[in-house]
Design a protein around this ligand. Structure first.
Ligand SMILES: Nc1ncnc2c1ncn2[C@@H]1O[C@H](COP(=O)(O)OP(=O)(O)OP(=O)(O)O)[C@@H](O)[C@H]1O
Ligand SMILES: [Mg+2]
Length: 323
């Protein structure tokens, strides 16, 4: 076990949306996350569970109506209390992000090379040949060998898979310590998606950054992540080493997600009926109780915190130890 402090530590993160002083939604309700140096953490959960908005809070790109409280420590520095100017320095630099849809992440009217140059100029003060050399190196790192053609291209001139490679190259330009990937392969076909994930892992090994990988797909977690955090209705309901959580999921929600993986035996695991609540404001007790095969009366009154089931594996379920 390493005793090194985590690169990223999120403690009791709460996010509220307000409209004219009234709280209209609370999509994140006490999230705890930790990512070590050179570690790949998967964040999974159904649509609307709060994955992207948590990533936005880490980057400091929440919409204006949203307010985050709690602690987000990056490299030992609490982020939520920093002025926006200082947070902006980190974005695209020490922390960068790759989004699901490369088509909307680039500006359609600038050549890709120019968009990459802007990043290096803003964060590193580099221009001209020095900038071009770094861009060419990153493009070839992501498997794009005709670097001149890619730099001269407009976003619409490349395929989705190529554009996603360019976005990864752009995210790595300033050698980030943390790369956030928000469903980076959802828009791609299965073969290309696989190639992109393998590429990210290879780069992660070679360059040594940490990864927060957001995905719906536990198959992807199994293939790529060291640890995983399962999010449900704005809370982490289970977290631990990816192999332990996938092999012996303790939370009924995780059990349902694992049960839906192809190749898993049905038996003990059941798939999950019902839906994530549309708004988390009125939730009493455990948010999953209405969908849970194991819920008892107490579950509708008590919202459990994460508790250890082993030295590295935690679950937020009052019955978690016994299921
Ligand atoms: N701009 C916004 N205004 C109001 N509510 C928002 C806004 N953005 C997100 N939310 C709310 O936050 C909750 C979490 O959204 P988020 O986008 O983080 O989900 P997600 O887990 O990333 O889902 P998906 O898998 O579909 O990407 C949702 O219930 C959504 O309604
Ligand atoms: Mg999302």
């Amino acid at each position: 076990m390493t005793t090194a402090p985590a690169l990223l530590q999120v403690r009791d993160l709460q996010i509220e949306f307000t409209d004219r002083g009234r709280v209209t939604n609370r999509p994140v309700r006490g999230v705890q996350l930790e990512i070590g140096s050179r570690e790949v953490l998967g964040v999974v959960g159904e649509t609307g569970c709060g994955k992207s908005i948590t990533a936005n809070a880490i980057l400091g790109t929440l919409p204006e109506q949203a307010r985050a409280t709690g602690r987000i420590e990056f490299a030992g520095v609490e982020q939520l209390s920093l002025p926006e100017r200082e947070r902006a320095v980190n974005r695209g630099d020490a922390i960068s992000i790759v989004f699901q849809n490369p088509g909307t992440a680039f500006n359609p009217v600038f050549r890709l090379g120019n968009q990459m140059r802007m990043v290096l100029r803003r964060h590193r003060g580099l221009r001209g040949r020095a900038a071009t050399a770094i861009i060419a190196e990153r493009l070839s790192d992501v498997g794009l060998t005709d670097t001149q053609r890619v730099m001269n291209a407009y976003p619409h001139e490349l395929s989705g898979g190529m554009l996603q490679r360019v976005m990864i190259a752009m995210a790595l330009l300033c050698e980030p310590r943390l790369l956030i990937l928000d469903e980076p392969t959802t828009a791609l076909d299965v073969t290309v998606a696989r190639q992109i994930l393998l590429l990210i892992l290879r780069l992660q090994h070679a360059l040594g950054f940490s990864v927060l990988l957001i995905t719906h797909d536990l198959g992807v977690v199994k293939a790529t992540c060291d640890r995983v955090a399962v999010l449900y209705a704005g809370r982490v309901v289970e977290t631990g080493p990816a192999d332990a959580v996938l092999k012996t999921p303790k939370h009924p929600y995780t059990q349902g997600l694992v049960g839906a993986l192809p190749g898993q035996s049905g038996g003990r695991l059941r798939s999950i009926e019902g839906q994530v609540p549309a708004n988390f404001l009125g939730i009493q007790g455990c948010a999953f109780a209405d969908r849970c095969y194991a819920a008892i009366d107490t579950c509708r009154q008590v919202d459990p915190d994460l508790r250890p089931v082993s030295t590295t594996h935690e679950v937020a379920c009052i019955r978690g130890g016994e299921l």
